[in-house]
Design a protein around this ligand. Structure first.
Ligand code: TLP
Length: 341
């Protein structure tokens, strides 16, 4: 099976497993795991921030950020299809007593003009606008790189209005490779960012929340509260370090392979790429009724040995990653073209 459901499905490479086996570990709740400590220091430095916190998942990284930036009765402004809202199980309300204002964007991207009308006045009747959360690359937006000038403009607007800023950077590595813009240049606009080692970088688990020392110290207490304080977790941190050192540049191959899949999608009447251009490793396609439901299309691809994700009734997603080769993607492209009866 060629598994294109997500870049989360990868298995550790032999080199990564060897690094995990060789990791020095200790109890991270005592801050005594040397490999976790090294990862936190290295990831903070990479993104030009003071501190970082190792967390099991991207969801936890994002939700710790919501918790440290906001108090109950506060509101987060975010794009309507952002992961923080769409795929984190209602966590801002459930875990932090925070409401979310979802604002439709263009493939996940918001401009200042989209946000401006949603800033609440400082009035006891109103929810308090507190945090702007962006996502780069934007998953449901089709893997688009959030343009740097728009990132800068939105974050400057937020700061000028007393709002904190957070980036869901689960796939910031893909944005770096696709844009040529480095990690510090992306990160410097935000107070905090979360990054995932378990997506395109291929680690089995692990994310980090990165930001100023005081917020990360607060985040450490929240991580305990959320049940994410782990013990000898250097085995996972070793995989993350290995991934960060060796698996970033190769994302360019995933992007090339995704474009190959996109070309096949373009050849199928009844499938429409959304957005029409593929910038990174995510290929989203709208399925028209003449071809059937998304589930039916995924089912037909599966018969040909290709796993696609049916995410909704009319949309499928194909994701390239470390565990699919060029040859696999060529086979998958042939299966996609085979959808034309
Ligand atoms: N995304 C997963 C699913 O949850 C949809 C996927 O297969 O793409 N931010 C972004 C932008 C993400 O895409 C994801 C995972 C997360 C955060 C959450 O990461 P985890 O799964 O580690 O909690």
């Amino acid at each position: 099976m060629i598994d294109l459901r997500s870049d989360t499905v990868t298995k550790p490479t032999p080199g990564m497993l060897a690094a995990m086996m060789a990791a020095a570990v200790g109890d991270d709740v005592y801050a005594e795991d040397p490999t976790v400590n090294e990862l936190e220091a290295r990831v903070a430095d990479r993104f030009g921030k003071e501190a970082a916190l190792f967390v099991p998942t991207g969801t936890m990284g994002n939700q710790i950020a919501v918790r440290v930036h906001c108090r109950p009765q506060d509101e987060v402004l975010l794009e309507a299809s952002s992961h923080v809202y769409l795929w984190e199980a209602g966590a801002p309300a459930a875990l932090s007593g925070v409401t979310v204002r979802t604002i439709p964007g263009r493939y996940g991207v918001l401009d200042v003009a989209d946000l401006e009308p949603h800033l609440h006045p400082d009035d006891m009747h109103s929810v308090r606008s507190r945090l702007v959360s962006l996502e780069n690359t934007h998953n449901r937006g089709g893997g688009v790189v959030y343009p740097l000038d728009k990132t800068a403009a939105v974050c400057a607007w937020a700061r000028a209005n007393g709002l904190a800023t957070h980036l869901d950077g689960a796939r910031i590595w893909n944005a770096e490779v696709a844009s040529g813009v480095g990690p510090r240049e992306w990160a410097r606009h935000f107070d905090t960012l979360s990054v995932c080692f378990s997506k395109g970088l291929g680690a089995p688990a692990g994310s980090a929340l990165v930001g100023p020392k005081d917020l990360i110290a607060h985040g450490r207490r929240v991580r305990k509260l959320f049940g994410g304080a782990m013990r000898q977790v250097g085995f996972l941190a070793a995989a993350c370090l290995y991934a960060m050192d060796r698996h970033v540049a190769r994302l360019a191959d995933d992007h090339t392979n995704a474009r190959l899949l996109a070309d096949a999608v373009r050849d199928v009447p009844g499938l429409a790429l959304v957005p029409p251009q593929v910038e990174t490793n995510l290929v989203w396609a709208e399925v028209s009724p003449e071809l059937g439901t998304a589930k039916a299309v995924a089912g037909r691809l599966k018969e040909q040995g290709v796993l696609a994700a049916a995410l909704g009734t009319t949309v499928i997603r194909l994701v390239t990653h470390l565990d699919v080769s060029r040859a696999d993607c060529e086979r998958a492209a042939a299966a996609i073209r085979g959808l034309v009866r």
